[in-house]
Design a protein around this ligand. Structure first.
Ligand SMILES: Nc1ncnc2c1ncn2[C@@H]1O[C@H](COP(=O)(O)OP(=O)(O)OP(=O)(O)O)[C@@H](O)[C@H]1O
Ligand SMILES: [Mg+2]
Length: 227
């Protein structure tokens, strides 16, 4: 079964002079366990695509199905809950809550859902992320790479249908960027986590199993690089 199915997805911003067709009838699907990189020049529509798939923004037309549920028809509240439980978002600038510790930031999706803490699961995840020693630190007390690992933890905690990462290494030096890629590869290979990774960096894209190339709001390439 496809984890994600995008059909004829279009997004137009503005009107008249300022009208921009950021996505032009994009279709593709992603199977469970795939590690897909989405690559393309600045302005090609990568973040627009991510925002429609993640339910952050409403498409002009077309559909997004996640594990057989159509998200384009959901209302705001339904979508917020669906997103929290089914999609793990990772951004270039971490988006952590500055007053919460590492542990609290990672458990935030549980807190918001009123779910009971699973200390064992949390502890395993902190271990995998190399954050055991930083469990009680605030974001402002950690390096960029460490903060990004916290945001990966928050994305992984609910075992989402897929991880959606927009330039997760974009703000990091190459060593920290490599660490982040190692964690994403670990979660893909060991936890069978499906991943969509947006990047403009070809070297990073080549670490995925499949590369989708965007240009001017369209998919112009879709290649499996590792079988
Ligand atoms: N909120 C918006 N209002 C108007 N136009 C927008 C908006 N968001 C994006 N665009 C336009 O849509 C097009 C695609 O933008 P998008 O941010 O998706 O590109 P991108 O591939 O993510 O680029 P980058 O690599 O620089 O992040 C661009 O022409 C951009 O100017
Ligand atoms: Mg972008």
């Amino acid at each position: 079964m496809a984890v994600l199915e995008v059909k004829n997805l279009s997004k137009t911003y503005g009107e008249g002079e300022t009208r921009v067709e950021a996505l032009k009838s994009v279709s593709f699907s992603v199977e469970r366990g795939e590690f897909v990189a989405i690559i393309g020049a600045s302005g090609s529509g990568k973040s627009t695509l991510m925002n429609q798939i993640g339910g952050i923004d409403k498409p002009t037309s077309g559909s997004v199905r996640i594990e057989d549920r159509e998200i384009t028809g959901m209302d705001e509240d339904e979508l917020a809950i669906f997103r929290r439980r089914n999609i793990g978002m990772i951004y270039q600038f971490y988006n952590l809550i500055p007053t919460l510790t590492t542990e609290e930031n990672i458990m935030l999706p549980w807190l918001l859902d009123g779910k009971k803490e699973n200390r064992k699961k949390l502890s395993e995840l902190l271990d995998a992320l190399g954050l055991k020693e930083r469990a009680s630190h605030l974001p402002g007390e950690m390096s960029g790479g460490q903060q990004q690992r916290v945001s990966i933890g928050r994305a992984l905690i609910n075992e989402p249908a897929f991880i959606l990462a927009d330039e997760p290494t974009g703000n990091l030096d190459s060593r920290m960027g490599a660490e982040i890629m190692d964690i994403l590869k670990y979660s893909n290979q060991k936890l069978n986590q499906t991943i969509l990774l947006i990047t403009h960096d070809e070297k990073i894209a080549l670490q995925a199993d499949r590369i989708i190339t965007m240009r001017d709001g369209e998919i112009v390439g879709d290649e499996v690089i590792k079988a």
